[in-house]
Design a protein around this ligand. Structure first.
Ligand SMILES: NC(=O)NCCC(=O)O
Ligand SMILES: [Zn+2]
Length: 449
């Protein structure tokens, strides 16, 4: 019988610590050995891939992916319908070099969603309904502080589902909690040794600014960014750090997009607090101006760029975020993949269809009629679901924007996109590295000539 199913030769094997020339032997989906050279006996019967000097990296672990999720984050419980299911989302992931996705199972405030276990079972059924090309796991989004549920169910989520993280919100009416409610959940998370992820935007500041902008008729997609200036994230990161400090709870800030937020996090880290941070491609590749890129400043097409937090105001913030990537302020680089259809009433168009002034004299419509309506309308940013896709483009964008330009090393690339997310969420060393015993989730990346 063949000793290996698959052998990769002539690759530069990249881990978070090293780049070295090794050949890799794989059997039954696991990495078995790393050697300088294989003998003829070992090569016998194996499929051989010649990497021709390319990087061989551990498959990407994207720790922030919204798939098949009910996103009722809008006002009045309105929400968009996630465009991807596990089949389509994972196909994009694998096409872009990501082999593991950690997605979200979300509790709601409805009484039937009190049980976190039931929520995870339901989301897992969604994944099983289509199957997935990539491995997947779940973070649990918690929006209530039912102490009995936290005490009884968090240990079961850890033991039976391998869940090691919960996500809490400081914004969105349907999800945000008061400081004391946040402390309840953080305290339970700390007792159970799970990581608390925090979406840090001050929801009250956003609501106040949104009302002021609406009073002046400033409702086009561009004003979404102005309703969430960097101070919104700065206040919320500061507050969450203080809450975490009070009870010594490790937290990870998700999708950090402002230099002010990053500076708060850096300060807390240098005080020795267990504070971690994630950033995403949109904060390096988009600025406020991109929200008025198409046709005219009020064109609804710009809704495609609406995500929360928004991109930074200008490129100087991007430089500060780059420094954070280099100096370790950011522990992980995820996509925050959250796609909505542009031509479906439950996608971005809800920003027009649910907006009474836009719809005067119009009828709800689908397909090309809807497209035509969107050409003529601004809608209002308050009703447009937040989120942009990215699971497929995360690695290529970091590669071209940072590795190929020499701003980060190949080791840092692997650390941010695979090793650290695997470590943070309990998957390492099965995922996140190339060593005997690890899953053979590998990506061959050809450096520029
Ligand atoms: N980030 C974003 O715009 N959408 C995803 C939902 C969330 O905000 O957490
Ligand atoms: Zn979020």
């Amino acid at each position: 019988m063949a000793k290996f199913d698959l052998i990769i030769v002539n690759g530069k094997v990249v881990t978070a610590s090293d780049v070295s020339n090794y050949c890799i032997g794989i059997k039954d989906g696991k990495i078995r050995t790393l050697v300088d050279e294989f003998t003829d006996d070992e090569l016998e019967g194996a499929e051989v891939i010649d990497a021709q000097g390319a990087y061989v990296m551990p498959g990407g672990v994207d720790a922030h992916v919204h798939i098949c999720q009910d996103l009722k984050t809008g006002p009045y419980g309105l929400g968009g319908e996630c465009a991807d299911n596990f089949e389509t989302g994972s196909k994009s992931a694998v096409a872009g070099g990501t082999t593991t996705m950690i997605t979200f199972a979300t509790q709601t405030r409805a009484e039937e969603d009190r049980s976190l276990l039931k929520v995870v079972e339901e989301y897992n059924a969604r994944a099983e309904a289509t199957g997935s090309y990539a491995d997947y796991g779940f973070h649990i989004i918690i929006v209530r502080n039912d102490v009995d549920v936290l005490e009884n169910e968090l240990p079961v989520l850890i033991k039976d589902w391998g869940i090691s993280s919960c996500k809490l919100f400081l914004t969105y009416e349907s999800q945000k909690m008061t400081d004391s409610q946040l402390l309840d959940v953080m305290f339970a998370a700390r007792k159970n040794l799970i990581t608390t992820m925090v979406h840090a935007e001050n929801g009250d500041m956003i609501r106040w600014l949104t009302e002021k902008l609406e009073d002046k008729g400033m409702v086009a997609p561009y004003y979404h960014a102005l309703s969430r200036p960097p101070l919104v994230e700065a206040e919320a990161t500061n507050r969450a750090i203080a809450l975490a400090h009070l009870i010594q709870n490790p937290i990870l800030f998700v999708h950090v997009g402002s230099a002010l937020g990053a500076a708060n996090i850096r300060k807390a880290q240098t005080m020795g607090l267990p504070i971690y941070a994630e950033t995403c491609p949109q904060y390096f590749h988009l600025t406020w101006n991109d929200l008025k890129r198409f046709h005219s400043p009020t064109c609804f097409e710009n809704s495609k760029m609406i995500c929360s937090p928004p991109p930074p105001p200008d490129t100087s913030d991007q430089e500060d975020l780059f420094t954070g990537l280099q100096n370790g302020t950011f522990t992980i680089y995820s996509s925050d993949h959250c796609p909505f259809r542009y031509d479906h009433p439950n996608g971005k168009p809800s920003g027009v269809l649910e907006h009474a002034p836009s719809m005067e004299g119009e009828k709800h419509c689908h397909g090309s009629e809807l497209q035509d309506l969107l050409e003529r309308k601004d809608g209002t940013f308050r009703l447009i679901p937040n989120g942009i896709p990215g699971v497929e483009t995360r690695l290529p964008l970091l590669y071209t924007g940072a590795l190929a330009t020499g701003r980060i090393t190949p080791q840092k690339f692997v650390e941010l996109t695979s090793t650290n997310p695997a470590k943070l969420y309990g998957l390492y060393p099965t995922k996140g590295t190339i060593m005997p015993g690890s899953d053979a989730d590998l990506v061959i990346v050809r450096p520029y000539p």
